[in-house]
Design a protein around this ligand. Structure first.
Ligand code: F6P
Length: 496
């Protein structure tokens, strides 16, 4: 990064779906960008994007497409999966969601049970949109139950009113232990609260790609909202997984959420690489990795409403691209850096010390929203302070400050992007999430990684089974084929 990074890259401002990206503080000069776009072309990025939207089996390990974009294809232009148009089935689910919204009466509480990709997206959207000044809302208590730890369950059951609660069990596989156990516990609670079997049946809904498993669990067919194996869990908020958004804020808001994402998809497919936001953001990260060997990446939304965004992004980026081998099984030099973050300005009072003066350079995406997020008398002034902090941090990180005292010296040359949303609403939230989804898949393409599977999560799940059995028996265990000596000793610490 040069000492005056902004002057090197005056054409650093780009726009898609009214979202502005300013990459000036990346410190990449015109030659650097040229080389990056050439690298993208060499990696056949444009063909990758075309293949992604055309439903090619880019998820090679699972031999299926990654077609989450079809879920926000509001024009219903045919999208073929193995020769069959999936849009009629997608549109049918939209109609059913709208119909459900229209008859959703007298509900005080919704318990949304799901984890990972079946949780982060709807949780983020419900929390973020709650902050939109004047948004139309049913005002239900929306509870998100993910953890197998009964602390979360207990907290929710204390607040929910059983006779006016609806349960949405969300699981692509319908085998996830946290979700099935929590769902059983909530059904038990409904029974204990005096609901009849038919009342319970009416209260239960499921969103899944495993419809028979949901039926076997006891969910009525008419209460099951399907999605499909060509939708990755972490890319699934656009499906009926996003049902809480429609129920709380109305079907029109859900559609606006999809429309924002669709606008970004259209941009991603049609904009030249040099103006393509997801591509530019991906290439900037690649540059910092290849030039400066960065190991971490931070995202700081200067919006309390988006405090859940870094968590959502952690799964998206790290589950998609946190891999050590490429599509051919060969070791990769680079893949996903560690992703972290939280909302500003709070984050400044937490880990920004390290961002400014730590030994590692950590690229940052700052996200700012033009309009204040409340109508309070203080809103304008507070928002000005919020934005000034956001801008000042980026400048301080880029330019640094030299002093005679090393302790007070800021090295600078710490790269960042600034994203500006005109305001926060369902449309721009959808656009923001799709922007990062497309950035993640672009990075996967550049690293030659399959961004759509997650084999690394399986081993721990398998090993947990014999360990759970050993904990259940409460007797002293010895190491065996499944449990090594250290873990056996640890089990015995719990069993003693
Ligand atoms: O932990 C891995 C994972 O499979 C994620 O990819 C997924 O989002 C989550 O578990 C939940 O899976 P499901 O929706 O099948 O319950």
């Amino acid at each position: 990064m040069s000492s005056n990074p902004a002057s090197e890259n005056p054409n650093s401002i780009f726009c898609a779906a009214d979202i502005v990206l300013d990459s000036a503080y990346q410190g990449i000069d015109a030659k650097g960008w040229q080389a990056l776009f050439a690298q993208a072309r060499k990696a056949n990025l444009q063909q990758f994007i075309a293949d992604l939207f055309a439903g090619k089996h880019l998820n090679t390990s699972e031999d299926r497409p990654a077609l989450h974009s079809a879920l926000r294809n509001l024009d219903q232009k045919p999208v073929l999966v193995d020769g069959k148009d999936v849009m009629p089935a997608v549109a049918n689910v939209w109609q059913r969601i709208e119909a459900l919204c229209n008859k959703w009466e007298g509900v005080t509480d919704v318990i949304h049970i799901g984890i990972g990709g079946s949780d982060f997206g709807p949780r983020l959207a419900i929390e973020a949109l709650a902050h939109v000044p004047g948004i139309e809302t049913r005002g239900m208590r929306m509870h998100f139950l993910a953890n197998i730890d009964t602390a979360e369950l207990g907290r929710i059951l204390q607040r929910a009113l059983p006779h006016s609660t609806r349960i949405i069990i969300v699981s692509k596989s319908f085998t996830t232990v946290e979700t099935t156990k929590n769902a059983k516990a909530v059904v038990r609670w409904l029974k204990d609260s005096g609901l009849t079997s038919s009342q319970i049946n009416n209260a239960l809904f499921a969103v899944t790609a495993a419809v028979p498993a949901a039926k076997a669990f006891g969910v009525k067919e008419e209460n099951i909202y399907p999605f499909w194996d060509w939708v990755g869990g972490r890319y699934s908020v656009w499906s009926a997984v996003g049902l809480p958004i429609a129920l709380q804020y109305g079907f029109e808001s859900f559609k606006a959420f999809l429309a924002g994402a669709q606008a970004i998809d259209q941009h991603y497919q049609s904009a030249p690489l040099e103006e393509n936001l997801p591509v530019i953001m991906a290439l900037a990260l690649l540059y910092q990795q290849e030039q400066h060997d960065i190991k971490s990446f931070a995202v700081i939304p200067y919006a309390d409403a988006l405090d859940g965004f870094p968590k959502w992004l952690q799964q998206l980026d790290m589950e998609s691209n946190g891999k050590r081998v490429d599509r051919n099984g060969m070791p990769v030099k680079f893949s996903c850096p560690v992703v972290f973050g939280s909302s500003g300005s709070n984050a400044q009072h937490s880990f920004f010390q390290l961002l400014h003066q730590g030994t590692e350079v950590i690229p940052i995406d700052f996200i700012a929203i033009r309009e204040p997020m409340s109508h309070l008398p203080e809103a304008k002034e507070h928002h000005r302070i919020l934005l000034s902090n956001c801008l000042a941090q980026a400048q301080a990180l880029a330019n640094g400050k030299k002093t005679a005292n090393p302790n007070n010296t800021y090295p600078g040359k710490r790269p960042s992007n600034l994203l500006i949303l005109p305001k926060l609403n369902a449309f721009y939230l959808g656009a923001l999430l799709a922007l990062y989804e497309n950035r993640a898949t672009t990075l996967g393409a550049l690293w030659n990684i399959n961004s759509f599977d997650q084999p690394g999560v399986e081993l721990g799940k398998v090993l947990a089974k014999p360990i759970e059995a050993a904990l259940k028996d409460s007797v002293s265990v010895a190491a065996d084929a499944n449990i090594d000596a250290i873990t056996a000793r640890r089990i015995n610490l719990f069993n003693s």
